[in-house]
Ligand binder design. Sequence first.
Ligand code: GSH
Length: 244
Amino acid sequence: MAAVLTLHVLPPSHPCMTAEAALRRKGLKYEKVSLTPGPHVEEMERVYGAGNTTVPGLLVGDEPVHGSRAILERLEQIEPDPPLYPEPIAGSVRKAERWGDEQLQDLGRRLPWGALYFRPEAMGTFGGGDPLDPAGTDFAITYVRGTWKYHAITAERLAADLTALPEMIDHVDTLAGEGVLGGDEPNAADLQIGATLRVLLTVADLRPLIEGRPAEQVARGWFPDYPGEIPEGAFPAGWVPSRS
Ligand SMILES: N[C@@H](CCC(=O)N[C@@H](CS)C(=O)NCC(=O)O)C(=O)O
């Protein structure tokens, strides 16, 4: 009998989107447990072991598998078809997936939280609702400040992330041009990189850097729907570079 699969997530998390898209792609049945930000830390450590506080995590029966890349590798063993690491490009897909996790993924946290500092009322749109009313905005201001502390976001860091972004989008387009990303079927790198880019598309200031390029297709192709809209002009004037 196949092991029961249980996916632990925080709802707006992009690496969780990656893991869930992979489960769907494999056609595997799974149970999803949506945790509450804050208390998730204790629950994740209880299930996945000390220090493993982040989502996603996947229980394969009793076996804990922690982190998006480990989860995709494990799913490939459980159900090889359709492949997430297709030959003959499996090595390049793994390299791109790793880059997506280690280099790009953090920008999917720092840039939206960074922009929300300047437009806190927009936090309501990430739950699929309208921009927040004044009382909700007061809550959002406090919450967003907490995320800056947690993710070590500073204005300097944000400006540096924005400066680095065009080159990263160029890298995605290069990978697409080489056939590592953006094929007819999603691989592990598409799901890792596409999820982060999809989150970045909620920031209107960033859309001109991504839209109309292969990178946009990688994002929207596998993640058509994702709520959230941070209006244009959130970042201070001159911080968002022009497209390279
Ligand atoms: N690179 C890891 C990191 C996952 C990660 O940082 N997830 C965030 C959500 S996007 C998280 O769990 N944040 C809450 C926390 O750090 O406690 C992965 O891909 O699994």
